[in-house]
Design a protein around this ligand. Structure first.
Ligand code: ACM
Length: 541
């Protein structure tokens, strides 16, 4: 049974909770391991964190949360207060502590969240976490950095802290200093909400799971042959008809603009940027079925609920096609606070090459007209990528040298790359021939295979500076519930997060698999249905 976290919760029997907490504090005057009632494992190694922090310096005694612990934030920062409230909501149900968020930033002890560090080395997303017997301080230059530091703090506490009912504790944070910032700015996950539709709540749940591992981009694949999932006022049938089914023929669904904004706001509260994708000129059957005039022959095809690809194309020579593109991009750009708009461009097998090049030229110009930067699947590099465009590589290790060189040449020419090699980090690939969900066209992708490669050196001839980062797509032909999402994403997704975040110098499967194993109890505490890969030394149940 899944056990969704619900927070905030009412505190249970407060007196009992407080008494239990005080006695545990009383039992640890000397810090780590001093209490006779305390298993050594109660203090986790500093640095047993995924993704691996850039610098870990253990020292001194742990900090123990108590019923009196306060979360102290700078008095002039709404962002820090909001992150403090988020942390309190994570910690309250399991600890049973009140954990008031206070702006008493001159007091001592407790958990201090400090924004506005002048330390430039922390960058836009980095943080420093200092822990000792007197308290924990997380310092960052930006709210995103503070939020990522909070994710590290969660992982330094026992896994049971993630449960949504009161647990025994003790709640100790190992002593020392972590100084951390990401290797890449783009650490993404893509969710295909077209092949199967996922509700706002399902997307929010995935966002929470992504945030745990410092993923900072959520790419939503909003349209495909099987379903159009975002309301477009000027072409209403796209959503109401084109969104009315899915693979296998279920009812499908779509997001109203209000619902989509709710997803955006939730993602922003977890410091993820949403990158919307409208896939064009192929993968467009849902649109073609909704509006006959978009078809070259003027006849709307039926809705499609199978899993084939490459059979649909917008009608490149028709003027109305560009009215459609302009309207859709305009409305989507207006909804999008982020910089990027993804226009697909993959598997346009029913579009001639000349038409494809002509279409991508025009579509890219429309994106620029509405002030956004183009992202496209790497076939975009076979056209003329717009200035600043980003190409998402989804080939295989064994993709031919000519295709790889086309992508690398674009990278040398200024096109930035997001790496999503399909036989490495497509989360919809089966782990083995025996795992129940997923496809296998790119091969089987076990946990080690997903982790064991270097994004900086992956594509021959592409300058490392052109690599924006990594992104793990989850296509949903076989995936239709949150349990399915979790089974395919976990435990591969934390490995992708680590490739995106951690310095290359920390890359080591044998060390990683041990840190990953320690996430197992955390997945369980969070109710995440994960694949218990035999490659990972999970703790005994
Ligand atoms: C893709 O997998 N067709 C991008």
């Amino acid at each position: 049974m899944r056990q969704h976290r619900t927070f905030p919760r009412l505190l249970g029997s407060l007196l009992l909770v407080a008494a239990a907490g005080i006695s545990s504090v009383g039992a640890v005057p000397g810090g780590a391991g001093a209490a006779p009632d305390t298993a050594p494992a109660a203090v986790r190694p500093l640095g047993e964190v995924v993704p691996a922090p850039a610098s870990v310096k253990p020292s001194g005694a742990p900090y123990a949360l108590t019923p009196a612990t306060r979360i102290r934030v700078d008095d002039d920062s709404r962002e820090a207060r909001r992150i403090g409230a988020y942390l309190a909501a994570v910690l309250r149900p399991s600890t049973g502590y009140a954990l008031p968020v206070t702006d008493d930033d001159h007091g001592r002890g407790g958990i201090r969240l400090a924004l506005g560090s002048r330390d430039r080395s922390l960058g836009d997303e980095g943080y420093r976490l200092e822990s000792g017997i007197g308290g924990v301080t997380i310092t960052a230059r930006t709210p995103a950095g503070l939020f990522h530091g909070v994710q590290t703090l969660r992982q330094l506490l026992p896994a049971t802290v993630e449960k949504d009912t009161r647990q025994a504790g003790p709640w100790r944070v190992p002593g020392g200093t972590i100084t951390d910032s990401p290797r890449f700015g783009h650490r993404g996950a893509m969710l295909d909400v077209s092949r199967h539709f996922f509700t706002v709540d399902q997307v929010k749940l995935y966002i929470d799971q992504l945030a745990l591992y410092k993923i900072n981009k959520l790419h939503l694949h909003l349209s495909d042959d099987q379903g159009w999932r975002i309301a477009i006022d000027s072409w209403p049938r796209l959503a109401t008809y084109g969104g009315s089914t899915q693979v296998g023929g279920g009812p499908g669904g779509h997001y109203t603009k209000a619902q989509y904004k709710e997803i955006l706001a939730y993602a922003a509260s977890r410091h993820l940027e949403v990158i919307p994708e409208i896939d064009m000129p192929g993968h467009t059957n849902a649109a073609l079925a909704s509006y006959a005039e978009l078809n070259c022959d003027g006849i709307a095809p039926p809705l499609y609920t199978g899993t084939g690809v490459g059979f649909s194309s917008l009608c490149v020579p028709k003027a109305v096609t560009y009215d459609f593109v302009d309207d859709v991009v305009r409305e989507l750009a207006a909804l999008t606070p982020g910089r990027y708009l993804h226009i697909g461009g993959d598997e346009a097998h029913s579009t001639s090459h000349a038409d494809y090049v002509a279409f991508m030229d025009r579509a890219q110009a429309v994106v620029a007209k509405y002030g956004k930067t183009v992202v496209g699947w790497h076939q975009l590099t076979g056209t003329t990528p717009a200035k600043g465009a980003v190409a998402q590589y989804w080939g295989l290790d064994g993709t031919g040298a000519a295709e790889k060189e086309q992508v690398a040449a674009a990278a040398r020419n200024g096109t930035r790359l997001i790496l999503s090699p399909a036989d490495r980090i497509y989360l919809d690939m089966k782990y083995t021939k025996d795992t129940p969900l997923g496809l296998a066209w790119a091969g089987y992708v076990e946990v080690q295979r997903a982790y064991d490669w270097d994004p900086g050196a992956y594509l021959p001839g592409a300058p490392p500076s052109a690599i924006a980062g990594v992104e793990a797509p989850l296509w949903s032909e076989t995936v239709s519930t949150s349990d399915h999402i979790e089974y395919m994403a976990f435990p591969r997704l934390p490995g992708v997060a680590e490739l995106g975040w951690s310095p290359a110098s920390t890359h080591d499967w044998d060390a990683y698999k041990v840190r990953l194993a320690a996430q197992g109890p955390r997945f369980e505490a969070l109710g995440i249905d994960y694949y218990r890969s035999p490659q990972v030394p999970w703790p005994a149940e």
